[in-house]
Design a protein around this ligand. Structure first.
Ligand code: COA
Ligand code: MG
Length: 285
């Protein structure tokens, strides 16, 4: 799995931010047509995002956040941005598998006509309600287009009437449920945004917690957050050293039964994890 650690939201109507984003080391750019764009700017945003998808600059993957399934804006979003440079869509407020299938049907009909290989547009479904969370395991395996589930904490807290800071309590259960649902569909879980753009230590702490819960990456909203998230979702240098020691130890052995490396027991799942880390590093080049 190619890594998708940092997902940078870029408001679709802001040309200066689009230009900047194309030169940043975010793994994925999310050009936003939805909540980050004022009503009066929707048309401008659609044409600016379309132009950004055509641009040859930068190495990030290009996703677009469109309006939710069933909304009158969704069709106009899709018409404007379906083109060869589009690599994926972020679907907001997904409540169940049908919301995802609705977009799949549109893509199945139009994708090849606009120069995208069949099945080429990936999807990231945002879970931001109790209903969406309950449906998350079904959503996670509804289509091979799905690359991950993203957690939308603020709307989720609102849905449950939670007034505490959405980094604690029931939200922790929701984050864990989301990572388990994602793993059951063999897709990634992507954590929510951290809104205090000046607090990089706070971002790092939250990103570490998310990684320990099983998230593969995190959404970000500012260029200054990209490096922190890339670093924490790794693999880190310490993990690389650890993985190499384990794989090398097993290369010298005739079988893959349990062994001791640096005083700790290592057996098959740990060896596989070490190999997975090295494979990922190789993919990155
Ligand atoms: N993508 C690309 N570039 C961005 C950016 C983003 N998300 N956020 C800021 N920048 C750029 C700015 O344009 C500025 O570039 P410049 O120096 O060339 O002018 C530079 O990074 C520094 O920005 P800064 O002045 O620190 O922040 P700001 O006050 O311009 O913007 C926010 C702060 C929060 C308004 C802005 O980061 C933003 O809109 N983020 C996205 C929010 C969003 O999409 N929310 C919806 C999804 S949760
Ligand atoms: Mg929202």
């Amino acid at each position: 799995m190619k890594s998708m650690r940092s997902w940078l939201f870029v408001p679709g109507h802001r040309q200066r931010m689009i230009d900047k984003a194309l030169g940043l080391p975010a793994d994925v750019l999310i050009f936003d047509l939805e909540d980050g764009v004022p009503e009066a700017e929707k048309g401008v945003a659609r044409s600016r995002v379309a132009a950004a998808l055509d641009s040859a600059r930068g190495g990030s993957r290009r996703f677009v956040r469109v309006h939710e399934a069933g909304s009158s804006e969704l069709d106009a979003d899709l018409q404007a941005i379906a083109r060869a440079g589009l690599q994926g869509l972020v679907l907001p407020k997904v409540q169940g598998p049908e919301d995802v299938l609705q977009v799949c049907r549109w893509l199945d009909r139009h994708e090849t006509r606009v120069g995208i290989p069949s099945g080429g547009v990936g999807l990231l479904a945002t879970i931001e309600s109790a209903r969406g969370l309950v449906q998350a395991p079904a959503i996670a395996s509804v289509t091979p287009r799905l690359v991950g589930l993203m957690f939308g904490a603020e709307d989720f807290a609102l849905d449950l009437g939670l007034f505490s800071h959405p980094g604690q309590g029931l939200v922790n259960y929701a984050r864990s449920a989301l990572t388990v649902a994602s793993a059951s569909g063999q897709i990634r879980a992507i954590d929510k945004v951290f809104t205090d753009i000046g607090d990089l230590d706070g971002l790092a702490a939250e990103a570490r917690r998310a990684r320990n819960l099983g998230f593969a990456g995190k959404a970000v909203i500012h260029p200054g957050q990209v490096g922190v998230v890339n670093e924490i979702f790794g693999p880190t240098e310490a993990e690389e050293r650890w993985a190499r020691r384990i794989v090398e130890a097993f290369e010298r052995r005739a079988d893959e039964g349990p062994a001791t490396v640096d005083g700790r027991m290592v057996d098959r799942p740990i060896l596989e994890r070490a190999r997975w880390i090295l494979d990922r590093l190789e993919e990155e080049g």
